[in-house]
Every structure is written in structure tokens, then in C-alpha cells.
Design a binder for this molecule. Sequence first.
Ligand code: G16
Length: 539
Amino acid sequence: MKTQHISTTPFTDQRPGTSGLRKPVQHFRQPNYSENFLQAVFDTLGIHGKTIVIGGDGRFFNSTVIKAAIRMAVAQGAHKLIVAQNGLLSTPAASHLIRTHQADYGIILSASHNPGGEDGDFGIKVNLQSGEPAPESITEAIYQTACKTTGYTICDSEIADIADCGQYTLGMTEVSIVSSTDDYLKLMQQCFDFPAIKAWLAQHDMAFDALHAVTGPYATAIFCDALGISRDHILSAEPQTDFGGHHPDPAPDRVSDLRQLMKSNDQIVLGAASDGDGDRNLICGQKYIINPCDSLAIIAANHQHIPCLQKLTGVARSMPTSRAIDKVAEHLGVSCYETPTGWKFFASLLDAGLIQLCGEESFGTGGAHIREKDGIWAILCWLNILAATDSTPDQLLEAHWAQYGRHHFNRYDYTALDRDAAQAMLAKLEKDLPKYIGQTHHGLTITTAGQFNYTDPVNGEKSPGQGLQIKFGQQARIILRLSGTDTRGVTLRIYCEYWQQDAHKTPALFGTTATLASFAQGLLNLSHFCDRTQPDHII
Ligand code: G16
């Protein structure tokens, strides 16, 4: 096997964000751009003698980068490469493969829910030995290495097709092409009561929208082949490199096909969707689209019906996620942790056995079975609860509000802002915040206000500056932070939460979250700093 060394000029814009390195495809297509980053990963984590998992969400450029990664890893003496068939691997399935094969790490090619295709986005994520997203200390080390990377070694051999499962040797490296779905299906069968769900689905119905992303094959194997639902109820099941031209994002405004199908068939009591790489989930009933914060709280409140969650000693949510789950944790007498945004922050808590369930407002829910959020797993949690209680999602949601009160929650996104202007605006507000404490606005009194600085309770790692919080006691909260997953400019996120004890009554705060968002806009002086008066997207 011949190898060659390619000299390059370092790229200095390869600092990973909330979830890996994410950029427009055109940016990744610059000569040597992907290879430079892969080399930085290999130099930081080692490649000689290592076992790594490689796969992605099937978006445009997926197979090109997979083949480059294989050729580089082989040239640099990797021991074993576990590559998903056709390169298609959901993020949760990748986390599971890393764990089952005791791989040293995994490379996942995905830009999650961002659009795909030639003009869309691409991304590279790195997950470590427990299957968890690399923490900031590692991603920063990769970035520093990338800034100094001046070349890479790659083998000349063309990579054979990755369409068929099997094994072959290339140089000193064993290359193993594995099924995208088999191991993951087995894991789900261990986590849930499949016979009970199947029996319930024989009487009721569900539908799933794969949005032409990676979960189509998983949904078909699990919901249809193993649990018996009709293939007609898996929408957009074929993965496409451009996700059919749509956002592979399970947000309420992006699942109109699913809502239409449910409207036309009232036997479908549960609707669900996932995102580009299969780690997010959306749950809906005939009447309600369930907010992810409520979904997390409802799963916690009903954990005893879910085999893999029967023993619950702790839960966690990201800081902007509504405090609905805090009320459940208090009721159950279990610990509740608050982490910064980013799934990586849950990993140490899961590894230490402090929590068994965690989630985020950004449609992420997961448990201790892997170290990623997991869309299909969350849907199976719901199915197991529905089967055990013989209820519908709408009934469960209303019962939850009746017991715990309702946390109205919305996120207001202001996209494509100038980064410097947005940072200056938040810095100014941070400085001003102490003077607002004690003031009353819209009948709500500000009890605390300031920056969220995090110290990991397990390993002591510090992550300062994770977002500004304005708290109105238990009643309401406003969180402000800049997204870490943008590829064009920066997005300001304003998260607003308002708790109402009696969900049947008209809320005392007129306009609930919209009123809080416009109050926050005023505090920020958003129109002055960023020339915006309205959010572009509300979820
Ligand atoms: C990623 C992270 C999540 C985070 C989300 C939004 O999700 O894994 O933990 O909540 O981004 O992050 P931000 O608010 O910084 O844009 P995904 O599904 O995009 O990988």
C-alpha cells in the first residue's frame, strides 16, 4: 500500500461549537479543509493502533469525507475501522457502536438539523470512549492542533464500496463495514418492553416523519418490522443527501406532513419525528405538539413504566430548558442537575451514575443506555408509557399540567446577527443586570440575574459564561445566550418560561412568553445593537 504526504497551510477557523465543527458545505469543500481537521483529531487523540467508528447522517459530502477518513486512518496505522454500511449511522447508533466495540473514539459526520445538499451545511463531530461528545477541553485541543497542522498522510488506494457489510484488510488496518441498524435495534429491545408496545399498537396507531434523514431505516426496522405499524405511516423514510430540500428539523413548523396525516386519521394517537442525525425527537398527540421540556418531565414522572428507567435516582436538564422536570424531581425525591447547553455536559453525570434521564429544550432527550440524546429512544419511552397506562399523549400532557402546573415555554431566535455586535450587546446587559434585581415588571419581581458559570460536579471542569439568566423566583425566567451551532453569523436565543399553577385559568401574565421576550429585547436594546425588532423563528 502506497501512502503520500500532502502539505497544507493550517486553517485557523476550525474551533468546534456546541456540537462539533459545523460550516457550510462550500467551506468544507475547500482543498484539504476536512483532511486538516481530521488530521488534528488524529494528532490529538492518536490514530496508530486505535479502533475508531466512522459514520454520518448521509448528507451531501458524507461519503467523500468518510472515504478520506478511511484512507488517512489506514495510512497512519489504525488498528480497526468500524464503518457504517453506506456511511449511514445515526448519532445515537454511533455512540452505541463506540461503546459495544470498545472503540477509542468515533467520527460522526453531521450538521444535525441544519439543511443539507450542496448549498447546505456539513459537520464533523468527535465522540470519545464512552460514546460521549468530546468535552470542551478536547475540542479546544483539537482546534489548537488544527491551527498548526501543516500536512497529512493518506494512502493512495481507492476505497472499495461501503455498500456491503463485511471485513477486509487494508495495509495493517482491519476495515469492518457493519449494519447501521442491527446493534441499535437490539439495544432498544433491551431497553423497552417490545411485546407490550406491540400489543398496544395493534389497538392504536402511530406515525413517524423521518424527514428524509438518517432515521428512516431505523424507524422501518423498529416501528414497522419489530412493532408492526404500517410502512405507510413512516413518512419521508428514504434518506436523501439534501433531505428532500427541507430542514431535517423536528420543530413544530417543520412537520406539516405528519400533522396532515394525523388530521386525516384519528386512529393515529401518537405522532413523532426526528432530525438529520436521529438524536432529536418531537412528540405530538392529535391535539397538542408536546413541548420538549414537558416531554422530558412527563417521561420522568412516568419512569416506572419504562424498563430501562425503573431505577431513577437523578435527572438533568440544560439550563435554558424549562423547570417542569424540577417539579417532578422534587415530587419523586430524586436529584435534579442543571448543566450548560450541549449534550457533552451530561456525560460525566451519566458515567458517574448520578442521573439516568436528561434532556434539553432543543428536542433532545436521552438516558444512560448511550452518551448521546436519542430520538427513537425517546419515542419508545412514550410508547412504553402509553402502552402501560393505555392513554394518549394528549391525556398524559393534560394530566401532567393538572398535577404540576403548566410551564409555558418558548425560544425566540434572532438569526444571522453580526457576532461582534451581539457579543457587545450581551456584555453590556451582563454589566447592567445587577441593577435590575428587585425591580418589578409586568407584575413579576426579578429575584436574581447574572451569568451562568458551570463547574462539573464530577470532574470539577469549569465552563464559565454559558448564558445570562434573569429569574423571577419560581414564576418565570428569561435566559439569553448565543447559539454555538450557527454556520452563518450568530443566532441570539431568548428562552422564556412562565409557570402557571392552574393550567385552566387565563395566565396572569398577558401574552406569557411573548411579553417576556419583548421585555428582554428592551433590556438588550436589540434594535440599537443588532437592528432587529422581531425574532425570525419561535419554537
Ligand atoms: C446541539 C447540541 C445540543 C444543543 C443544540 C443547540 O444539538 O448537541 O446539546 O442543545 O445543539 O445548541 P445551540 O443552542 O448552541 O445552537 P444538535 O442536535 O444540533 O447536535
